[in-house]
Every structure is written in C-alpha cells, then in structure tokens.
Ligand binder design. Structure first.
Ligand code: 7TS
Length: 411
C-alpha cells in the first residue's frame, strides 16, 4: 500500500490548520473523500442530472443505471447476494431505524418480546429500541463488557438463555470508542440458535475491515457512506432477501409501489420497496465510487495498515504516564483517551482537543454518542478520541504524541 500515492487522492490533506499541515484523526466521525468520489458526484450534477426510475429519456436512463450500479458495487463490497439486498438510506442511524420499525410494523417484535443489545452500542443502536421498550413494553437487555472493554461472551450467552420471547440480537461489529472488534460470526450463531434475528451495526467495520455478510450470516447489516470515503447523507442497509420480502416497509409513497388502487397498494420489487421518494441519487453514485476506491486499495490492506497504526499509537502513548487509554490491545484504528491531572481527574477532553487543534490535529471529544458506555462502564464524563484511516501515517502519530508529551511536561 503506497500511502503517499493514496494521500495525493485526498486534497484536503494539503490544508494548513493554524499554520500546520492538517492531521486528520477524526475518521470515526466522518472520513475525508478522495477526488474520484467528488468527481463522480459533480459529474452527475453537471452532466446527466435527472430523476431515476421515472422517465425513459436518455438522462433518466443514465442516472438510473449509475444509481443501480452503485447498489451492485456496494452489494459486491460486502458480498451480498445481489443488489436486491442493498437498500440505500441516509446513514447507519436510518438503516437501524428502518429495521426496528419494519420489524415492529410486521409484529416481529411486540410487547413482551426481548431484544438484546450491548453496553458498547452507539445511541443509534440503542435509542430506537428504548422507544419500543418505553412505549410498547418490549424488554431490552444489555450485554456487559469484560474489564478490557471486549464483549463478555459468557454474559451474552447467559442473557440469551434466560430471555423470554427472544426476537432480536443487535450488536455493533466494532466499537467507535473502544476500538474492540466483536466476533459477530459467533454472536450470530448464538443469536440464531436461540431463534433471534441478528442485526449488525457496521458503521465502524465496513470502512475498515473486509466484511462478508454471507460469512457473518447476519440478517441485517447497517453502515454509512460518509465514514468510508463516500458523501454525507447516504448509507445502506443489507438485509436477507427473504426477510426483506416479508417485512412491512417503514416509509411509504412514491417509487416504492408497484400499483396503487384506491382500495389496495402493492409494493415495488426489492430494493426499491424500501426506498420511498426521490433518493439521494448523487450521494448513491458517490457511494459507489467510494467502495470502488476502497476495493482498488484492498480492504485487507486497509485493515492491516490501521491495525498497525493503532498498535503503534498504543505503544507510543504508553510512554506517557499521564495519558490513560481505554479499550483492548487488539483493535481497529480508534484510540479513546484522557490526559490525567496530578489529582487523578482527567483534563477536560475539549481542552486537550483545543491544544491539538492549535497544532493542526483534528480529534473528537465527548461521549461519541455512547453515553451509557461512558457513564456505566468507563465511568468518565467523556474522552478524547483519535481515529485513523488509510491515509494516516506513523509520522502523524509521532507528531500527535509529541504534542501530548509537551502538554504533559508543561503540567
Ligand atoms: N454506529 C456506530 C458504531 C457509530 O460509530 C456511528 C457513528 C453510528 C452508528 C451512526 O452513524 P451515522 O452515520 O448514522 O451518524 N459514530 C460517530 C462517531 O463515533 N463520531 O461521530 C459519529
């Protein structure tokens, strides 16, 4: 993997922030985009802008073809059987809400049923289930974590064994705070053994690991384009065809129908049954360009590079005794940490981020939309988080650690 060549594809990396070359370590929030993605989006708007699936004129056909090709490329990227199993949404949040409310509308999850999630979930994979719990009496159970921040698989099995009317297990593939990668294949086997539908939140795995939904054998897999080099406002939901055929769609209106009579509506074929209204056509086309870019680099290479960066960062940060890092050794490129004061309390993560920003280094702070993880497990108000992607380098980590070292030495 030629990182310097890759970096040339991302013009934003040339930017100076506060007089310093940008070091972009906020990839878990959203990635940068390569020029090929921006070009694919502007090519649509400048050259063949038209609505899809509606007209037979040339532009509409070209737009439809490009949008459908993007579905096929995304399907191939995660090894789905066909584009019928790929629904474009706005993001992971919408993908998970689509599953939650389609299951609910189809009475696959109802009062008295049990849904199992974990303590490391992002709010996207928690708040919709909490709504079903609070409003409709669905039981919601949380799987605990081991002390190193990995999922407690014994507790998972115990929870599944003891759950009455278990209907869903919904777990993140990789944590956006701890960097832990969950063994979704084993979790899926367990979920299915106990008769549950298995949903994977792939927001932090699709961008960074080679994902094979057939091998995982999940029923649904949700992810966002903007975290994997694609435009904002586009994401996807993979669903097994048989389930997608069976479930009620969550959004209804134009394009998702086959026929509308006053007394009866029939739905369009997959995946359009779940894509109501005019889609984010440009975003979808850009998403296709993003996965083609990632394929050209090779996801095995992306994963290896990021795991190397993460272990390098962990090793360098260990040299700083005033930095506390959260999460296991084995991880994707996410490092949440706090800079500790002499009194044992952490500095405000925002203060640390401001210091880093002065040196052109972008990180994220706060609870990273995982408040229960912070409150109930990490027991801190918030963390600072550096997160890496394929264009980051060890030299950038050196600069980041040097800034933290100077900060600590000045305490
Ligand atoms: N699930 C996980 C594991 C995530 O990390 C995120 C976003 C989402 C779901 C939601 O994705 P969205 O595209 O719908 O917003 N995580 C973060 C983050 O860590 N910092 O900003 C967004």
């Amino acid at each position: 993997m030629d990182i310097q060549r890759i970096r040339e594809d991302f013009p934003q990396l040339e930017r100076k922030i506060n007089g310093e070359r940008l070091i972009y370590f906020d990839n878990a929030a959203t990635s940068l985009r390569p020029k090929s993605v921006v070009d694919a989006v502007s090519e649509f708007y400048l050259n063949y802008n038209a609505n899809i699936h509606r007209a037979i004129h040339t532009l509409s056909r070209e737009a439809t073809e490009a949008y459908e090709r993007a579905h096929k490329d995304v399907a191939k990227f995660i090894n789905a059987e066909s584009m019928e199993e790929i629904i474009f949404t706005r993001n992971t949040t919408e993908s998970i809400n689509l599953v939650v409310f389609s299951l609910f509308l189809s009475e696959k999850v109802k009062s008295g049923d049990t849904v199992v999630i974990s303590l490391m979930e992002h709010h996207s994979n928690m708040v919709p289930w909490q709504f079903l719990r609070d409003k409709y009496g669905v039981n919601l159970k949380f799987v605990n974590l081991n002390s190193d921040g990995t999922l407690d698989m014994n507790h998972l099995e115990d929870v599944l064994k003891k759950s009455k009317n278990l209907k869903v297990v919904s777990i993140t593939h990789a944590s956006n705070v701890l960097g832990a990668v969950n063994d979704v294949k084993t979790i899926g086997k367990l979920a299915h053994r106990y008769g549950a539908i298995f949903i994977v939140d792939g927001a932090q795995s699709a961008p960074h690991l080679k994902v094979d939904v057939k091998d995982i054998d999940c029923d649904f897999y949700a992810f966002s384009g903007h975290k994997m080099l694609g435009p904002t406002g586009i994401g996807a939901l993979y669903g097994k065809k048989a389930l997608l055929e069976e479930l009620e769609p969550f959004l209804r209106g134009g394009d998702m129908i086959w026929e509308v009579k006053i007394e009866k509506v029939t739905f369009n074929k997959l995946p359009w049954k779940y894509e109501a209204g005019t889609s984010n056509i440009a975003g979808g086309i850009g998403f296709g360009a993003a996965v083609r870019y990632l394929e050209s680099v090779g996801m095995e290479n992306v994963e290896k590079h990021e795991r190397d960066l993460a272990s390098y960062a962990l090793q360098k940060l260990k040299e700083l005794d005033f930095v506390r890092v959260y999460g296991p050794e084995e991880r994707i490129g996410v490092v949440a940490f706090n800079v500790m004061q002499k009194n044992g309390n952490p500095f405000s993560p925002e203060f640390v981020a401001q210091v880093l920003d002065r040196h052109g280094i972008a990180i994220r702070t706060g609870c990273h939309c995982a408040q229960p993880l912070h409150n109930n497990f990490l027991k801190v108000r918030g963390t600072a988080r550096a997160s890496f992607y394929l264009y980051n380098t060890k030299e950038e980590i050196d600069i980041f650690v040097d800034v933290l070292r100077d900060f600590g030495n000045a305490l």
